[in-house]
Design a binder for this molecule. Structure first.
Ligand SMILES: [Zn+2]
Length: 491
């Protein structure tokens, strides 16, 4: 590595240019072109057949569900879907590709010209273009570690061969690693909302390659790019881009040239390594797949598929902010997954104040769950429990301090809120004479407010109710207290 100091001034001279290629496995029951199950984690090389192994004489048959999922994803990212697309053979040799080619799409992909909006650091929105979404099949997997003979041998698992993929290629529109992170986060959210993939990065259902180059600010042309392959978390994508941007600037600043190549990210070392110089597209010798006819989508199919588009995360957030009086931050947490958003909106129908429910979920429940690394499904406090808690707060039957104490008990005993509340609910003071005494004290201590009330400002009653409620540590029965306060002030 050349020895150049990258001061903030030097870094500021350059502009990074980032484009992302995302491979996402489609959540179909069977593979793209055969009847083998599309499942992760089976015994190696047991989930294969002559078609996905590409044995002579076998013929692929396109999975209709895979087309539907890829079309749905295309629509969700605002692409134009081509009515007639062409499958193509992408020819290359690799041990995990027994056919010697991959069925993909080339010059006539399923969909093009899309975009998604991502939030910017300045609080605005940036539109990132999507060049294309095309369908293809996955290859098998080379296993280099964790087997007894891994030190001397590489093993092959072909179960993944023929798994349906959508490859989503962005325009080189991103300028910072943070923008890339936001793009990936939004894209994953959209795909999850559509239900077309589980987007599980650990199992490889979503994989990301990042193209990155740097150029002097204002330069008319892009610099030479490097491709960072298969980074397995969004956090690492961001780190890999940051590293790569600085590496390239260092190369240029010390008088060298960035070379076009594929690079491997090592999270252990926090850096990228050169893998091989990048094959050019024409090296793959693409040609139309002779075993598959053109993919023709009828107007009915497209209309039917469009009807299946769910409300997408951005739109849902905007609607929920307006409907439930939520902050942007709260709405974005509550809509992080479709399941959570559905759960909240179902509960919002029965709770007295959805805004209050959001606050119980986000301020009381979320932190406790996070500390124990639990999700809502495994929470001791159910959604119904949170609804009861929100209602009790809303009706002034418990204070927020009491709510915290009750939730502590729920988590300690792993017991839902309603039963804990029934057993331990704060005693309510329903004895009128006890409340009267407290009211007298508060009235005596606040002559000015008494005068305001008697002068006609009836809303001041709320002040007295609040003060007595506080003095009773939240235990005064609210209905009785209201009644007594009015009586005293009028008397
Ligand atoms: Zn098969």
């Amino acid at each position: 590595m050349p020895d150049v100091t990258l001061s903030p001034e030097v870094l500021a001279k350059y502009e990074p240019v980032i484009g992302l290629e995302v491979h996402v496995q489609l959540l179909t029951a069977t593979k793209a072109f055969c009847g083998c199950a599309n499942r992760f984690g089976r015994e190696p090389n047991t989930n294969v057949c002559p078609i996905c192994l590409g044995l002579p004489g076998s013929l692929p048959v396109l999975n209709r569900k895979a087309v539907e999922f890829a079309t749905l994803a295309s629509m969700a990212i605002n692409c134009e879907v081509r009515q007639r697309s062409i499958f193509a053979r992408k020819n290359y040799f690799y041990p995990d590709l027994p056919k010697g080619y991959q069925i993909s799409q080339f010059d006539k992909p399923l969909a093009e010209h899309g975009w998604i909006d991502v939030p910017t650091a300045e609080g605005g929105v940036k539109r990132v273009g999507i060049t294309r979404l095309h369908m293809e099949e996955d290859a098998g997997k080379s296993i280099h570690e964790d087997l007894p003979d891994s030190a001397t041998h590489t093993s092959i698992d072909l179960n993944r061969c023929g798994t349906p993929l959508a490859e989503i290629v962005s325009e080189p529109d991103m300028r910072t690693p943070d923008e890339a992170w936001e793009y990936l986060t939004r894209l994953k959210e959209i795909l999850l909302y559509c239900g077309v993939s589980d987007c599980n990065m650990e199992e490889g259902s979503l994989r990301c390659d990042a193209n990155v180059s740097v150029r002097l600010k204002g330069a008319p042309q892009f610099g030479v790019k490097a491709e960072v392959k298969n980074v397995n978390s969004f956090r690492f994508v961001r780190a890999a881009l940051q590293y790569e941007i600085e590496r390239q600037i260092e190369v240029i600043e010390s008088g060298g040239h960035v070379i076009q190549e594929s690079r491997q990210w090592s999270s252990a070392d926090g850096r990228t390594y050169s893998m091989r110089s990048k094959e050019q597209a024409h090296d793959y010798r693409y040609f139309p797949e002779p075993d598959l006819p053109p993919l023709v989508l009828s107007a009915e199919f497209l209309a039917e598929t469009r009807k299946k588009l769910p409300e997408l995360p951005e739109a849902r957030r905007a609607r929920m902010i307006a409907a439930y009086d939520l902050s942007t931050q709260d709405a974005s947490t509550l809509t992080a997954t479709k399941e959570e958003a559905d759960l909240f909106e179902a509960a919002a129908k029965s709770v007295k104040s959805p805004h209050r429910l959001a606050s119980v979920l986000l301020n009381e429940l979320a932190g406790r769950l996070k500390a124990l690394d639990l999700d809502q499904q495994h929470s001791p406090v159910s959604i119904a429990g949170a609804v009861l808690a929100a209602d009790l707060i809303e009706e002034n039957k418990i204070s927020s301090k009491q709510l915290k104490q009750l939730f502590d008990v729920c988590f300690e005993k792993k017991e839902d809120f309603p039963s804990v509340y029934e057993r331990e609910k704060p005693r309510q003071i329903t004895d009128a004479s006890a409340l009267d005494a407290m009211i007298d004290q508060v009235i005596a201590a606040n002559p000015r407010q008494v005068e305001q009330y008697r002068g006609g400002k009836k809303t001041v009653a709320g002040f007295f109710v609040g003060q007595v409620m506080k003095a009773s540590k939240g235990q005064a029965n609210p209905a009785l207290l209201n009644q007594l306060v009015t009586k005293k002030l009028e008397g």
